[in-house]
Design a protein around this ligand. Sequence first.
Ligand code: PMP
Length: 308
Amino acid sequence: MPSAYAYFQGKVVPIEEAKISVMTHALHYGTAVFEGIRGNWNADDNCHYLFRMREHFERLALSCKIMMLDLKEPIDELCRLSVEIVERSGFTEDVYLRPLVYTSSEQLGVRLHNLEHDTLIFVTPFPAYLPDSARCHTSTWRRVNDTGIPPRAKVTGIYANSALAKTEANLNGFDEAIMLNEDGHVSEGSGENIFMIRKGKLITPGPADNVLEGITAATVFQLAKDELGLEVVERSIDRSELYVCDELFMTGTAAHLTPVVEVDRRPVGSGRIGPYTTRLSGLFYDAIRGKNPRYRDWCTPARALVAR
Ligand code: PMP
């Protein structure tokens, strides 16, 4: 039987043994940074492929730098530990790894300096996060600005902003929120980057529009350029441009590549998943499951020891 393991306080332990105190600083003040890494199950190869794991840990290190958190473990060690916990857990379905660097001190008082930090990683089964195609609305909540909490760092506290937007969208009957930044330009979803196809180009907002610099987005950029010969552009997008674009989709570790077929009750293009989105998602899903030899470098295998 599969059973989840975690890396906690310097050791790999069964997940039930990984418990933190109610006084943990990060729980109260949002003083932690995290990552999400997919382990995509490939039944033919009897293994998970951990997708672009090193890039995720590199981004974790940048988030730590911004938030002045100590990342004690070298990136190679974090990669090794991740493979170990996926292998020991023995799942034979898609999984998600959650690395977290958090302020573990049990002192009250909001600040970043002179506090202890720790690293944890856990693994959990993780099916599809969004429906096969999504209906979205423009959120009344604006994306946090770099002048507030830098959105290029994956800070837990930022996700209060995402949670407000996601809940508003869901309670209003939509699958996902599209947040504008303080300038009124399109920024991103609650946990996804956003892309549109317009006049034959693939367009997405750049980092100055307060987006997380997505690893899935970088993947889709490369596939669009190399495989489809598409011109890819980073530039600001107006809300009304979403209403007249030809195709729209969201990308993220949790969301994979999710087509958006409706925005603010207007159909995107014809209201059906468009041809570029279909081709890109085919390429993307093959790449993340280790099925395209050209992109195999993106995939780190973790064998299901229990299943063999
Ligand atoms: N934006 C936000 C706010 C996110 O939480 C995520 C998920 N990590 C993304 C974009 C997509 O980033 P990635 O493709 O690296 O998962």
